[in-house]
Design a protein around this ligand. Structure first.
Ligand SMILES: [Zn+2]
Length: 258
C-alpha cells in the first residue's frame, strides 16, 4: 500500500471528491494533518468519508500566536486525536524572532500531552531542526515523524540515532540537498509524503492530486537504486512497525493494515 504520511486533505475544495476517489482506487493510506482547529474539524469530516484517511490534530507553528493564549481549550481535540500534528517550529519562513518563544510554548504544550498519552507526533522543523530535537529529548518523545526534513546533515544524524522516522516528499524532484538526504536515510526510517495540496504548489505552482505519492516513490526508488515495488513495501513495513503497538491506532491497524 502507498503511504502518504503527511498531507492536508482539508485544503482540497471542489477537488476533494476526486481526491478521495483516487485515494480509494490506488489504496493510498493518508495522514491528514491539521494546522488549527477549523482544519481539524474538516479533516474529521473527510475521514468519515474515507477509511484510508487518518485525521490528526495539531497547531502549526505559523498559527502559534493565534492559539498561545487558549491552549487549555485545545485539550479535547488533543485527547481525541490518535496522533499529533502538524506541530513544530519554523525559524526559516517565520522571520519575526519575537514569534519564536510563542512557537516553543505551543509546541511544548503538545509535546507534553503527546508524551503523557504515548502518541506519535508529526513534526515541522524548518530552520529549527536542532531546537526540535532538543525538545523531543526533553519530553522523552520516542516516536516521531519528521516531515520534509531539509536541515543540516549532522542534526539529521542525531535524529536518526534518536530513532525518528522521516518523510521524503516533492522537493526530492528539485533539490540536490533533499536528494542527498533521501539517499542518506536508513531504509528502516524512510516514509513518503506529498504535503498535498500545497507542497507541489509551492515548488511548481500547480496543486497536486494524491497520486503524486507514486511519483515520490518512483524518484526515491531511482535514487536508492531499487524498484518501485520494493520501495512501496519498505515504506509500508516501516509505517506498520512505527504504529505496531500503538493503542490509539489499533482501529486503523485492524481496518487498513490487518
Ligand atoms: Zn504540512
Amino acid at each position: 500500500m502507498l503511504i502518504d504520511a503527511h498531507s492536508h486533505l482539508d485544503k482540497y475544495e471542489e477537488e476533494l471528491e476526486s481526491a478521495l476517489k483516487q485515494i480509494n482506487e490506488h489504496r493510498i493510506f493518508t495522514i491528514s494533518t491539521s494546522m488549527d482547529l477549523p482544519s481539524y474539524q474538516r479533516n474529521l469530516k473527510i475521514a468519515d468519508m474515507c477509511d484510508l484517511v487518518l485525521p490528526t490534530f495539531g497547531i502549526h507553528p505559523w498559527n502559534a500566536s493565534e492559539y498561545v493564549g487558549r491552549l487549555e481549550g485545545l485539550r479535547w481535540a488533543i485527547n481525541q486525536s490518535p496522533m499529533i500534528g502538524e506541530i513544530g517550529l519554523d525559524h526559516h519562513f517565520v522571520t519575526d524572532v519575537s514569534q519564536y518563544p510563542v512557537q516553543t510554548k505551543v509546541l511544548e504544550f503538545f509535546l507534553a500531552a503527546a508524551s503523557q498519552q504515548g502518541k506519535i507526533v508529526n513534526l515541522h522543523t524548518k530552520g529549527a531542526e536542532k531546537e526540535v530535537l532538543d525538545l523531543l529529548r526533553r519530553y522523552n518523545i520516542q516516536r516521531a515523524i519528521i516531515h520534509w526534513y531539509s536541515g543540516p546533515l549532522d542534526v539529521l544524524q542525531a535524529m536518526i540515532e534518536q530513532g525518528l522516522y522521516f518523510t521524503v516528499g516533492v522537493e526530492v524532484f528539485y533539490s540536490s540537498h533533499i536528494q542527498n538526504i533521501a539517499q542518506a536515510l536508513p531504509s528502516e526510517r524512510l516514509l513518503t509524503e506529498t504535503d498535498n495540496p500545497g507542497g507541489q504548489k509551492w515548488l511548481k505552482g500547480t496543486r497536486a492530486t494524491p497520486l503524486l505519492i507514486r511519483d515520490v516513490v518512483q524518484k526515491l526508488a531511482e535514487l536508492r537504486k531499487t524498484t518501485d515495488q520494493a520501495m512501496i513495501e519498505t515504506v509500508e513495513s516501516n509505517f506498520t512497525r512505527l504504529i505496531h503497538d500503538d493503542p490509539w491506532l489499533l482501529d486503523i491497524r485492524n481496518r487498513v493494515f490487518g
